[in-house]
Design a binder for this molecule. Structure first.
Ligand code: PLP
Length: 388
């Protein structure tokens, strides 16, 4: 990524950097919005003499703006944007070699589990799923071959909170890198690098993009050597998004702080509605004081996020019925956008984890609480629960 566009924005506040980092006014027209640069190739004055760009898979000006902006928001020296969260994860996992070992949290996005267990493992990389909230279990799982500990926090879909600083300490004591998937929290609520993580992973498809209109992924990190290897792999493997994709994600980031404030407020109200409701047997929201990870969340996050999961007293059948009986909440996969979504993880996003240590309960519902009017969100859910 070109360095010059980030030159004097690092002292600015989060909200200012979300709008301006990596996004200088266009030098030709003065346009205040970064142009979508569709060019696949860039003129060279002499062989090898150019303005930082040669070929668009290797580097693209719109992608550079996104990479600089989101790296800045994560507090990382380096950022790399990809065509999807899975593409970002895959590229990072390609730094491993046969015989290496990964420790994966036992509550994680089903696609991450599928990538590690069904794609990377057959190439000779070993993995163990561990409860990352249990320090003894984590310490016992580390082997001389362990290279990565892969954590999500809050996790998808159980909203478990992992103590990033504590896991980083265990990882670093054994020379292991800690990867934190920050998709649920976003850099607005939590900055894993500042807590000791080595690499931050994002599905920017979610809150970063924020409007259910672009798929993307991201890696943020400080380590120069690893960043150079990842940039090499980004180009060599080529899992990059289009300039239009990068533009949409960049546009989404501009409103991340205001959207997250509203997501947090609406989700807290939903968690209140569900707590103690006769049709609900348990609410998973880190903002609730009786949530197992509440204290850690309060320490490492500046808000509790927009995701709420809960279990139905009526079991799987009630969960299935509820999922298809809301109006403001749309029954759909994905999360993190302006509209409220409802889903049944066991049958949808986490179906690939069935029968594994990452299997989720079948009475579980996951909500991505949007930024619609609070009364409409609460009314819709309350009516649907009453109809069960
Ligand atoms: N990480 C988490 C926590 C996710 O929820 C997802 C997708 O739902 C991914 C990674 C994968 O991202 P993508 O769908 O952009 O490939």
């Amino acid at each position: 990524m070109a360095d010059d566009v980030f030159a004097d924005t690092d002292s600015w506040g989060f909200e200012t950097r979300a709008i301006h980092a990596g996004q200088p006014h266009d030098p030709v027209s003065g346009a205040v919005v970064v142009p979508i640069s569709p060019a696949t190739t860039f003129a060279q004055e002499e062989v090898g003499v150019h303005r930082g760009y040669e070929y668009s898979r290797t580097g693209n000006p719109t992608r550079t703006s996104l990479e600089v902006c989101l790296a800045s928001l994560e507090g990382g020296a380096h950022g790399l944007a990809f065509a999807s969260g899975m593409a970002a994860e895959d590229t990072l996992l390609r730094t491993l070699t046969p015989g290496d070992h990964i420790i994966l949290g036992n509550d994680a996005y089903g696609g991450t589990f599928r990538l590690i267990s069904a794609v990377v493992a057959p190439m000779g990389v070993k993995w163990t799923a561990v409860d990352l909230t249990d320090p003894d279990a984590l310490a016992a799982a580390v082997t001389p071959a362990t290279r990565l500990i892969w954590a999500e926090t809050p996790t998808n879909p159980l909203l478990t909170i992992i103590d990033i600083a504590a896991v980083a300490e265990t990882a670093h004591a054994s020379g292991v890198r800690l990867v934190v998937d920050n998709t649920f929290a976003t850099p607005y609520l939590q900055q894993p690098l500042s807590l000791g993580a080595d690499v931050v992973v994002h599905s920017t498809t979610k809150y970063c993009g924020g409007h259910s209109d672009v798929v993307g992924g991201f890696l943020a990190l400080d380590d120069d050597e690893l960043a150079a290897r990842l940039a090499y792999l980004q180009n060599a493997v080529g899992a990059v998004g289009s300039p239009f994709d990068n533009f949409l994600t960049l546009r989404g980031l501009k409103t991340l702080p205001v959207r997250m404030d509203r997501h947090c407020r609406n989700a807290a109200a939903v968690a209140d509605l569900l707590t103690g409701h006769s049709k609900v047997s348990g609410v998973l929201y880190p903002g609730l004081e009786d949530h197992r990870g509440h204290d850690v969340a309060e320490r490492q996050m500046s808000g509790f996020g927009g995701m709420v999961s809960f279990r139905l007293a009526g079991g799987r059948e009630a969960a299935m019925r509820l999922a298809s009986s809301t109006k403001v909440f749309t029954l759909a996969e994905s999360l993190g956008a302006v509209e409220s979504l409802i889903e049944h993880p066991g049958a949808m996003t986490h179906a690939s984890a069935a029968g594994s240590p990452l299997e989720v309960p079948d009475d579980l519902i996951r909500l991505s609480v949007g930024i619609e009017s609070n009364g409409d969100i609460i009314g819709d859910l309350s009516d649907a629960l009453d109809r069960l």
